[in-house]
Design a protein around this ligand. Structure first.
Ligand SMILES: NC(=O)c1ccc[n+]([C@@H]2O[C@H](COP(=O)([O-])OP(=O)(O)OC[C@H]3O[C@@H](n4cnc5c(N)ncnc54)[C@H](O)[C@@H]3O)[C@@H](O)[C@H]2O)c1
Length: 253
């Protein structure tokens, strides 16, 4: 899958997990990659891996939910790596609880990172895409968008991203910009390990229990998500827009 080496991508929440795998995959595809996360130093191992493999990358610190930080991050990438015409809105957090126990802070925090963060980063980046007459935005939703007990905040944020994706695809299509969403099922990362710890389950047992319910018979790994991101970002995917791809080892949606 070839992509022009001149392209620059921003991957948010890329210091670890799914975002780190996406950053490395896009670098392998030939893009220069801004590895963005809350703490710049935490991005260094991913950047070093990319540089060692012969790619181009930049560590960028910033909170995507902060308007000024989001704009500053995009400006820095444009100046130091090149105008970003690929954006992967991957940063996300969970603050699970049943509705009657869910705090307003936990509601705001989850919607703040996923929805507000994706909005701020997309708004700041789109001008570079429109100027180039080409762009790719990929938003990380979740199968939780279909409803998941204990995740009213997360499900609302991830379902909100679907409306956001479809709307941006209509607004930006005429500028050569495609906008798509990936809705992963269960992917083994620090985020899901924290869930296992919270409910007091052994990690391996947690993985085995989940795998038993997944048609392909295993849980997903970050690279399973990086692969379809690579497709949506590729030059040949210019007629694929406004779509939601469930990547969950079986049917969803
Ligand atoms: N792991 C799964 O099973 C799963 C399933 C469906 C969807 N997702 C989604 O995929 C994405 C990545 O998940 P993961 O499992 O790799 O999570 P993770 O917790 O391992 O990594 C998320 C990264 O985002 C960063 N981040 C958090 N808030 C941020 C902010 N305000 N600004 C910048 N960076 C921030 C974190 O520091 C962290 O490095 C998330 O959007 C998540 O909701 C994950």
């Amino acid at each position: 899958m070839s992509t022009s080496p001149a392209r620059t991508a921003i991957v948010t929440g890329a210091a670890r997990g799914i975002g780190a795998a996406i950053a490395k995959r896009l670098a392998e595809d030939g893009l220069a990659v801004a590895v963005l996360d809350l703490d710049e130093a935490s991005c260094t191992p991913v950047v070093d891996d990319i540089l060692r493999a012969g790619g181009r990358a930049l560590a960028v610190g910033g909170d995507v939910a902060d308007e000024h930080a989001a704009q500053a991050a995009v400006d820095r990438v444009a100046a130091e790596l090149g105008p970003p015409t690929v954006l992967v809105n991957n940063a996300g957090i969970t603050r699970d609880n049943l509705l009657f126990k869910m705090s307003t802070e936990d509601w705001d925090a989850v919607l703040g990172v996923s929805l507000r963060g994706s909005f701020l980063m997309s708004r700041a980046t789109q001008k570079h895409m429109v100027a180039a007459g080409w762009g790719r935005i990929v938003n990380l939703s979740s199968t939780s968008a279909l409803g998941n007990r204990g995740q009213a905040n997360y499900a609302a944020a991830k379902a909100g991203l679907l409306g956001f994706t479809k709307t941006l695809s209509k607004e930006l299509g005429k500028f050569g910009v495609t906008v798509n969403a990936i809705a992963p099922g269960y992917i083994a990362t620090d985020m899901t390990r924290a869930t296992a710890e919270r409910i007091g389950k052994d990690w391996q047992q947690f993985l085995d229990d989940w795998a038993a319910d997944i048609p392909v018979g295993r849980v997903g790994w970050p690279e399973d998500i990086a692969h379809p991101v690579s497709f949506f970002v590729s030059e040949g995917a210019g007629f694929t827009s406004g779509q939601v791809l469930y990547v969950a080892g079986g049917p969803h949606g």
